[in-house]
Design a protein around this ligand. Structure first.
Ligand SMILES: O=C(O)c1cc(=O)[nH]c(=O)n1[C@@H]1O[C@H](COP(=O)(O)O)[C@@H](O)[C@H]1O
Length: 237
């Protein structure tokens, strides 16, 4: 069985190498891996990623949320292969051909290939926001439609909000990876997240992995915050 700690990717959202290294060191062993995203990658590039993760570091979730024409997204994935990320993200709304191209490019990494996850509807969006961009579907329907398209297109899983986990687990089967941000323990601030749940609720609903940033990184003691989250998941199991 997957241990609760190994399910957690700590979102290290910073532009600074020193700060990222410090957080990664603090949570080492208390979480399953480190997520580095756009703000870090744009500021520090591949060398910065290597400086944080090192040769035998924790599993890397490289969250660049690629969204472009298929050829460009495939090249972007290929360019990241030397960093050996465990997971990378693309936007499902880029379409089936784009997702297929990303999956094919990732396969070139062989046994160490990154698993490709498609972002469905961002957890910072609610129905009003979707209407604002011309989407009439309820959020859950839009997420399900994108997840099924992602599965058909050969990607490994999706990023979705906790609110959609149970529905996607039923629709996409047991092997489709559900990576779930929008996680808020009852004792932490909600910040800009709109569709969120506690860590234990998300795991009970069927999440494979949890992406947790500020509840851990903004804590005075990140390792203690991560351990508290793990304990809450274990107690609820
Ligand atoms: O792809 C993601 O990881 C992601 C997708 C999404 O819909 N919502 C979302 O919050 N995220 C990421 O998950 C992390 C959440 O961080 P916290 O809100 O600080 O826990 C951030 O790094 C976001 O970029």
């Amino acid at each position: 069985m997957t241990s609760p700690a190994s399910r957690i990717f700590c979102a290290v959202d910073t532009t600074e190498i020193d700060s990222a290294r410090r957080t990664a060191a603090q949570v080492n062993g208390a979480v399953g891996g480190i997520k580095l995203g756009l703000e870090f990658f744009i500021a520090q590039g591949p060398a910065g990623v290597r400086a944080v993760i090192g040769e035998n570091g924790p599993p890397l979730f490289l969250d660049l949320k690629l969204h472009d024409i298929p050829n460009t997204v495939a090249s972007g994935i290929r360019s990241a292969l030397p960093l050996k990320p465990a997971f990378m993200t693309i936007h499902a709304s880029g379409g089936g051909a784009m997702m297929r191209a990303a999956a094919d490019a990732a396969a070139e990494g062989g046994a160490e290939r990154p698993k490709i996850l498609a972002v469905t509807v961002l957890t910072s969006l609610d129905e009003d926001d979707l209407r604002g961009v011309g989407q009439a579907l309820p959020v859950a329907d839009q997420v399900t439609r994108l997840a099924l398209l992602a599965k058909e297109s050969g990607v490994d899983g999706v990023v979705c909000s906790p609110a959609e986990v149970a529905r996607l687990r039923a629709a996409c089967g047991p092997d489709f990876i559900l990576m779930v941000p929008g996680i808020r323990p009852v004792w932490s601030a909600t910040n800009d997240q709109k569709r969120f749940m506690t860590p234990a609720e998300a795991v009970a609903a069927g999440a494979d992995h949890l992406v947790i940033g500020r509840p851990i990184t903004a804590s005075a003691d990140p390792a203690a915050a991560a351990r508290r989250i793990v304990a809450e998941i274990e107690e609820a199991a």
